[in-house]
Design a protein around this ligand. Structure first.
Ligand code: 6LW
Length: 519
C-alpha cells in the first residue's frame, strides 16, 4: 500500500499526461506546484515548461530558452539541438540543466520564476548528455551525467559551472545498453540513483540503485527494472518504450514517477508517430525500502489509482484566430527563426509567413510555425491565401516528422490559376500523391488523422464541399521509419526556390481538434 492516504483523493487519470512529442520529462515541486520540462531538439524556443497542481492536469507556461543567444541552432540536424533536460528548485532558484548537442554542450540556466526570464547558459565542460545537478547536504554541487560505461558524478562550482573535481564513474546499472538519464535522490540515509537503460526504443526501462556514499558503490534494486514494458506483462500494451524517469514527492508525502513512453498505432504493430510522450505513475516508496512503480512496473492508458485532488486548467480553444499580438506557447519554429518572416500585425487577424528560400528539406531557417500532433485521431484545418507572382513559391500545411519525412498539402501558382498538391517526402523518395487545379489562391486545407491514415482535403472559396485529395499511411512518418527523437508536428509554412521571391502566405485561422479515439 502507498504512503498516500489523503482522504480527499480522487480516483483515476488518463495517460499520457502530456501528449505528443514531449520526451525525457523531468519534474520538481515547489509547495503545491509541480513544474516539468521536456526535450525540444531542433525546435525554437527550446524546452517547454509545464505547470500542474495535481500531476494529472498540465498547462504549458512557456519555454526555458527563448533568446537566440541562449539557443544557437544554426544548421542543427533533425533531432540535434537540445537533448534531455532536468529541472530542479534549490534555495529559491529554479535550474534547468541540459545539453545543446549542436553547439556548446552541457549547460544550466537559472530563474527566480519558472516563467522566466531564464539566465544565459552557464556552460559546464563535461562531455556527455542527460545532465542533472545534485546538491549534497554538505553544500557541495555535483553534475550528474550519462556515460558509455555508466553514470558519472563530477563536482562543480555552482556560480561558474567550473569543474572542480574528477569525473567519477559511479554505476553502470544492471547491464542494459545506454545507461543514461540519471537523477539522484537522497532519502532515509541513502543516495538513490535512477537511470534509463536499454535505449529509448522498445527495450527501454528505468532502473535504480542505492548507496550510503554518493560516489558508490551502488547496490542494484532487487526489483530492477522498476519500470519497463519490454517483458511479457508489457507485450501488447499500446504504450511501449517506457523509461527515462524522474521521481517527485507531493506535499502529502506520496511519490510519483514521470517518464517517457510512446503510443503505438496498433497493438503488436510497431510504429509510432506522436513521438515520445510524458506519462505518470504512482510510486510506493516505503522508508528504508525500494521504490515500486505502479505495482509491477507497467502502466496503462486508463489509470485506476487514487490521485491528488484534481485541479484542471481551463481548456484552450481549438481554433486560433491569429488575432493576438503573439503566437501561443504551443507554437515553435524550426531552428532560430528569421523574425521578419513572420507577422501578426501586417493584416489584422492573420498570420503572415514570408517564403524563405529554404524548403522543408533543408537544415536551415525554414519559414514554418508548428505545433505537436498530440493524438492519433484529430482534425487540423487552416484557411490561407498565397500572395505570389512567383511560380516557385508554395505555402501550405505540413505533417512534419523531420526534414526527410513530411507530408505537405500546398498551393502554388501556375500559368493560369493555381494548383494544390499533396507531396510525400519519405527519405530519398518524393512523390506527388494528389493534385488539383484551383481557380484562386484562397483555400481551406484540412487533414483528418487516425492511427493508420492521414486524409487530406481542400475547399475552394465559394465552393460548399471539401474535395478529397488523397489519404496516406501514417507509418511512413513514424519514428520507426524516419528515425530520430521527435514526433509529428503540424506546420504552417511558405517557401520558394527563387532567391528573390516576394511570396507571402496569410493564414486566417487554424483549427486543431484532437480526440482520444481508441487510445
Ligand atoms: C536522451 C536519452 C534518451 O538524451 O533519448 O530516452 C535521448 N532517452 O536519455 C534523446 O531524447
Amino acid at each position: 500500500t502507498s504512503a498516500y492516504t489523503a482522504a480527499y483523493a480522487q480516483q483515476g487519470y488518463r495517460n499520457p499526461i502530456i501528449p505528443g512529442f514531449n520526451p525525457d520529462p523531468s519534474i520538481c515541486r515547489v509547495g503545491d506546484d509541480f513544474y516539468l520540462v521536456t526535450s525540444s531538439f531542433e525546435y525554437f524556443p527550446g524546452l517547454p515548461i509545464y505547470h500542474s497542481r495535481d500531476l494529472v492536469n498540465w498547462e504549458q507556461i512557456g519555454h526555458c530558452l527563448t533568446r537566440d543567444e541562449q539557443l544557437p541552432l544554426k544548421n542543427a540536424p533533425a533531432s540535434g539541438g537540445l537533448f534531455a533536460p532536468s529541472i530542479r528548485y534549490h534555495k529559491g532558484t529554479f535550474y534547468v540543466i541540459c545539453t545543446n548537442v549542436s553547439g556548446g554542450g552541457n549547460f544550466y540556466c537559472t530563474a527566480k520564476k519558472p516563467t522566466g526570464p531564464w539566465s544565459d547558459p552557464i556552460w559546464v565542460d563535461v562531455k556527455s548528455i542527460d545532465p542533472d545537478i545534485f546538491w549534497d547536504d554538505d553544500g557541495k554541487t555535483y553534475f550528474v551525467t550519462q556515460g558509455d560505461q555508466g553514470i558519472r558524478v563530477t563536482e562543480i562550482d555552482l556560480e561558474t559551472g567550473k569543474v572542480i573535481g574528477p569525473e567519477n564513474l559511479v554505476w553502470g546499472g544492471i547491464g542494459g545498453r545506454f545507461p543514461e538519464a540519471p537523477h539522484i535522490y537522497k532519502k532515509d540515509g541513502y543516495y538513490y540513483l535512477l537511470l534509463g537503460e536499454g535505449g529509448t526504443e522498445y527495450m527501454h526501462s528505468a532502473t535504480i540503485g542505492r548507496s550510503k556514499n554518493l560516489l558508490g558503490p551502488y547496490e542494484s534494486c532487487p526489483l530492477n527494472p522498476i519500470l519497463t514494458h519490454a517483458n511479457r506483462i508489457g507485450q501488447g500494451n499500446p504504450i511501449q518504450g517506457v523509461g527515462h524517469a524522474d521521481l517527485v514527492q507531493a506535499a502529502d508525502g506520496s511519490w510519483w514517477a514521470v517518464f517517457l513512453g510512446f503510443r503505438v498505432t496498433q497493438r503488436y504493430a510497431y510504429y509510432h508517430v506522436l513521438g515520445r510522450e510524458t506519462f505518470l505513475a504512482p510510486v510506493d516508496w516505503p522508508a528504508g525500502g525500494w521504490p515500486q512503480v505502479n505495482g509491477n512496473g507497467t502502466v496503462d492508458i486508463k489509470m485506476d489509482v487514487p490521485t491528488l485532488p484534481q485541479s484542471p486548467f481551463q481548456a484552450k480553444p481549438n481554433r486560433t484566430e491569429f488575432d493576438q499580438a503573439e503566437l501561443g506557447v504551443e507554437w515553435q519554429f524550426l531552428r532560430n527563426p528569421i523574425r521578419a518572416h513572420y507577422s501578426l500585425s501586417e493584416r489584422k487577424g492573420k498570420l503572415r509567413i514570408s517564403a524563405s528560400k529554404h524548403t522543408l528539406n533543408d537544415l536551415d531557417a525554414v519559414s514554418m510555425v508548428a505545433r505537436r500532433q498530440t493524438e492519433h485521431d484529430f482534425i487540423a484545418e487552416t484557411a490561407l491565401e498565397l500572395a505570389s507572382t512567383d511560380q516557385d513559391a508554395e505555402a501550405g500545411i505540413t505533417l512534419f516528422q523531420n526534414n526527410t519525412h513530411h507530408y505537405d498539402l500546398l498551393v502554388r501558382k501556375k500559368d493560369v490559376g493555381y494548383v494544390v498538391q499533396l507531396r510525400v517526402k519519405v527519405g530519398s523518395l518524393t512523390y506527388i500523391a494528389g493534385e488539383k487545379q484551383v481557380s484562386s489562391a484562397q483555400l481551406t486545407l484540412k487533414i483528418v488523422g487516425n492511427p493508420h491514415q492521414y486524409s487530406f482535403f481542400i475547399k475552394e472559396n465559394k465552393v460548399k464541399d471539401y474535395a478529397a485529395i488523397a489519404a496516406l499511411d501514417t507509418r511512413y512518418l513514424s519514428t520507426e521509419v524516419a528515425g530520430g527523437f521527435t514526433g509529428v508536428m503540424i506546420g504552417l509554412y511558405a517557401s520558394s526556390l527563387s532567391e528573390s521571391s516576394n511570396a507571402k502566405a496569410y493564414f486566417d485561422w487554424f483549427l486543431y481538434e484532437p480526440s482520444f479515439g481508441s487510445y
